[in-house]
Design a protein. Structure first.
Lengths: 275, 309
């Protein structure tokens, strides 16, 4: 999908269809999203921190940016699926929302991943909650060429969406820091191997903790490959007006993660300046 | 059926179809919100503060969440006055009153920005952001010293024939005095409050949470403080006051009107809900109708203060 074809974002009080634990501190949230235009791979939504009751809640105040994991359902009843991990009060409240309650959702937002050219092999590297940004990309890239997905997390329970990726029939390798699933170690160690094996993969996609993406970018650059990353950051709005999510650009100045990203070329980011 | 209410107000010579504007720095240059709402339904917008030259702003972290509020230190990031006029204004519907916010570090630069905005057909008025640190006074805000504030308003007044609002800093002892200073120098109205100077600390690093150190506190946490200051300022002057500070709902905005604000600005709430200002405007009108006010303006300053004794 070209950027010009991206549909405008919506703002809706979306009904929770389902919100269940996925293992570890991870949850899978499904929201009814009438009128949802679909999200391009890598786009995100802003979600209110918890259910919206009769009385407004102002603490915590700000919505949370969440990757769109995937869009379900047909044109009749689209639903948005979000995989998230309980990290603090906002996500804790989100985890406590029940089917039938409503959360405010604004989206889809942000600049998506570029898709691989037809016939090109795609290398996807996801770490922790960053995995949630990669499912739609794997789905779309699979239509164009071979896809290798490398997933990493602290332990097996934190490997969100692993079974979904396996069901896609893409190449899948996992690593955990405690060795409870796949190789023991970091996902970037898998990437080192994959880069050596796959000379036909010109583009590496990475989403995860900053040190992971920085390492992935360095590994890709050392092999002459391009790397695109999907950055996370705190933001108040998600649509370019709070200016809170600025990250330094390699050439000077700042990019807004919400508007210029979340997907950015790894070479465009001044990694040392990230908080 | 509720009777028809006239929601329009006059804010220092700026005619607004309803009393709800969006606050500077929370609504970009307006067009960012066009995907979500019909901008023509707003009372008006106060655009992101403009400086003479484009500015990049502060390194991150620039924002942090606090109890029922947030801290920010964005640091002057803006496209500059000329790019605003050439590139941002034309994107806005003609029916939308646009107030340009002016922010600088020196008085002559403030005046120059005011001059460049004057005569631009789409600019309905100016809002002077007096919370900028004055470099020559060691970083104190213009709005914190009566003499400095007077000098600033005088220079801006001389530079423009547009309706001139002054956005007051709340980081002062006597807001009434600051309000009178602005009125005395020819301001057409006041906007208050700007963010409260604030600090939060990261215990893991023992550093301020913001890269800038200090930040400005906004959101529902500051609302009662803002309401008090608006009430004090409105009693101190005859020029109209625009109330700002943590307004999320129509109920919040109504309290500001009752305390003497002719209009209000919705700020941080725009982040949570891009339609917040429209919902506030609709709710004000509904309240006026339900309580028998023919005009929203008739609600202004109707606070009944308890008798002493």
């Amino acid at each position: 999908m070209s950027e010009a074809a991206l549909a405008g974002p919506l703002r809706l009080d979306a009904e929770v269809l389902d919100n269940r634990p996925e293992g570890g501190q991870s949850f899978r949230l499904r929201l009814a999203a009438p009128g949802w235009p679909g999200a391009a791979p890598g786009q995100f939504v802003m979600l209110s921190p918890g259910a919206r009751g009769a009385a407004e809640r102002h603490d915590p105040l700000l919505p949370r940016p969440m990757a769109v994991y995937r869009t379900l359902g047909g044109e009749g009843a689209p639903a948005v699926e979000i995989l998230y991990k309980v990290m603090g009060r906002g996500t804790q409240l989100l985890a406590e929302t029940r089917a039938g309650e409503r959360v405010r959702m604004v989206g889809p937002l942000g600049a998506p991943f570029p898709l691989p050219r037809a016939g090109e092999r795609a290398l996807l590297v996801g770490g922790g909650t960053g995995i949630a940004s990669l499912y739609e990309l794997a789905l779309r890239a699979r239509e164009r060429g071979p896809v290798e997905v490398l997933l990493g997390a602290r332990s097996a329970a934190d490997l969100m969406g692993r079974a979904d990726f396996a069901a896609l029939g893409v190449g899948l390798r996992v690593a955990t820091e405690d060795g409870s699933a796949g190789a023991r170690g970091l996902v970037t160690e898998l990437l080192e191997v994959a880069l050596a094996e796959a000379a036909d993969a010109p583009l590496v996609y990475a989403c995860g903790p900053t040190p992971m993406m920085r390492r992935a970018a360095a590994l890709a650059a050392a092999r002459g490959r391009r790397c695109v990353v999907s950055l996370e950051n705190h933001m108040a709005c998600g649509f370019g007006v709070c200016l809170g999510c600025a990250v330094p650009r390699a050439g000077g100045g700042f990019a807004l993660v919400c508007r210029d990203g979340p997907v950015l070329d790894a070479g465009a980011v001044a990694w040392a300046g990230l908080p | 059926m509720s009777p028809r209410v006239d929601p329009s107000v006059d804010l220092g010579g700026i005619r607004l179809r309803n009393p709800v504007l969006t606050a500077s720095g929370t609504f970009g240059y307006g067009s960012e919100l066009a995907p979500f709402i019909d901008l023509r339904r707003l009372g008006g917008i106060v655009a992101k503060s403009l400086t003479l030259e484009p500015r990049q702003g502060n390194p991150p972290p620039r924002i942090a969440e606090t109890p029922a509020g947030m801290l920010n230190a964005i640091g002057l990031e803006n496209v500059g006055v000329d790019a605003f006029i050439a590139e941002k204004l034309p994107l806005l519907p003609a029916e939308l009153p646009v107030i340009a916010s002016v922010f600088e570090t020196e008085i002559d630069r403030y005046a120059e920005v005011c001059k460049r905005l004057t005569g631009v057909p789409r600019v309905a008025g100016l809002e002077l952001n007096a919370s900028c640190p004055h470099v020559k006074s060691g970083g104190i805000e213009f709005g914190q010293r009566p003499a400095l504030l007077a000098e600033l308003v005088r220079a801006a007044r001389a530079a423009t024939s547009l309706p001139l609002l002054v956005k007051l800093s709340p980081n002062v002892t006597d807001i009434g005095e600051m309000a009178r200073v602005c009125e005395g120098e020819g301001a057409d109205g006041l906007s208050l409050i700007n963010t409260l100077q604030a600090l939060d600390v990261d215990l893991a690093t023992r550093r301020p949470v913001l890269r800038n150190g200090l930040g400005g506190l906004s959101g529902p946490a500051i609302r009662p403080v803002a309401l008090r200051m608006v009430w004090q300022a409105a009693r101190a002057v005859r020029i109209p006051v625009c109330g700002i500070g943590g307004i999320v709902s129509a109920e919040d905005a109504l309290k500001f009107l009752i305390c003497g604000a002719r209009a209000v600005q919705v700020g941080t709430a725009n982040y949570l809900n891009p339609a917040a200002a429209l919902e506030v405007a609709d709710g004000i009108e509904a309240y006026a109708a339900a309580h028998g006010f023919a005009r929203v303006a008739d609600l202004v300053g109707t606070l009944e203060w308890p008798e002493r004794g």
